[in-house]
Design a protein around this ligand. Structure first.
Ligand code: ADP
Ligand code: MG
Length: 329
């Protein structure tokens, strides 16, 4: 079993011709952590992952895995393994043969190949499917096989490029907890790129928001986004001007005040939209000052005194709920 390794990027830049795909990203991922690189499509997530794996040259900057700069190392010498978005399984080989393929290439004896493949299939809960071919599996099962195959090289760092994006929402949530379990069981470093803030928050010890460079545990990213970009991208936040400062306020911290407390109002607004979401209700608001804000309240709370579109309301929040943004972004 490989030991977990730190991964460090120092001002790593990628250009394709004149096009800048990754602009001097710096980050430090501690060994054995689950790190999610989060950002919108086209922000350079796959390029970053491919540079870490060694499938793409670094234009500028350094990549360190453990104590070593690996910029010039071939992929196989880096201790990384990549799980691809399209699972790229061999259609004519069985599940077990797919998983053992890299060992066969290395000339590992048949008995050992068989044993190690069986062990890895067990880890991803695919033992009973060992003799099937990939066409006889569902998308979620194919993905487990792809994961098992990546793990067979015994990596220190596993790289996952949007591994859940092709799955339906139900499977995605299930596979998410499987990935978390497998990472905890192996104790190696996972770097998982995704455009889904929900996925990043559910999985990561460390979330890195790509465009902005903020790197922090999920709760810190959510409760203390550093810039307007992060606050918008993470979602669930209002951004507003208050007493000369730009602040964020979680949508569930913006209160619609009952008439008796209207004197505490910090804003007056009109209800522009009501969206029922099951556990909660999202209320769109247009303030007198022309801001568009969102309040989210528990389903039961909302229906104690339901609002209607067009209602005039008073808005308030606790001073400690406001979080100041440090700069524009
Ligand atoms: P993401 O994975 O975040 O969607 P990518 O790393 O795939 O982002 O792409 C970042 C930018 O680099 C995009 O503008 C994309 O079009 C461009 N790009 C990616 N791969 C190549 C390539 N092989 N050649 C030229 N441009 C590329
Ligand atoms: Mg990508």
């Amino acid at each position: 079993m490989s030991e977990a390794q730190t991964v460090e990027l120092a001002a790593v830049t990628k250009r394709y011709g004149d096009a800048l795909a990754v602009d001097a990203i710096s980050l430090k991922i501690p060994a054995g952590k689950y790190c999610c690189l989060l950002g919108p499509s086209g922000c350079g997530k796959s390029s970053t992952l491919r540079m870490i794996a060694g499938h793409e040259d670094v234009t500028d900057g350094d990549i360190m895995i453990g104590p070593r700069v690996v910029n010039d190392d071939p992929p196989a010498a880096r201790g990384t393994a990549m799980m691809f978005q399209n699972y790229a399984l061999f259609p004519h080989l069985s599940v077990a043969e797919n998983v053992a393929f890299s060992l066969r290439m290395k000339g590992v004896a048949k008995e050992e190949r068989r044993e190690r493949a069986a062990h890895t299939l067990e880890l991803v809960s695919m033992t009973e499917f060992a003799d099937r071919t990939p066409q006889q599996l569902s998308g979620g099962q194919q993905q487990r096989v792809a994961l098992a195959r990546a793990l067979m090289t015994d990596p220190s760092v596993l790289l996952l490029d949007e591994p859940l994006s092709a799955l339906d929402p139900f499977l995605r949530v299930r596979m998410r907890s499987e990935l978390r379990r497998i990472q905890a069981e192996l104790g190696i470093t996972f770097i998982h790129v995704t455009h889904s803030q929900e996925e990043a928050m559910a999985l990561a010890d460390l979330v890195v928001v790509m465009n902005d460079g903020q790197a922090a545990p999920p709760r810190e990213i959510y409760n203390a986004p550093r810039t307007p970009f992060v606050a918008r991208f993470i979602g669930g936040h209002n951004i507003l001007e208050d007493e000369g400062r730009t602040i964020t306020l979680r949508a569930d911290d913006l209160s619609i005040l009952p008439d008796a407390r209207a004197a505490e109002a910090r804003r007056r607004a009109r209800v522009s939209e009501i969206e029922y979401r099951g556990p909660d209700v999202r209320v769109g608001l247009e303030t007198d000052a022309g801001e568009s804000l969102t309040a989210v309240m528990g389903e039961r709370t909302f229906f104690e005194s339901p609002l209607r579109e067009g209602s005039e309301v008073a808005l308030g929040w606790q001073p400690e709920a406001a979080h100041e943004l440090s700069r524009d972004g």
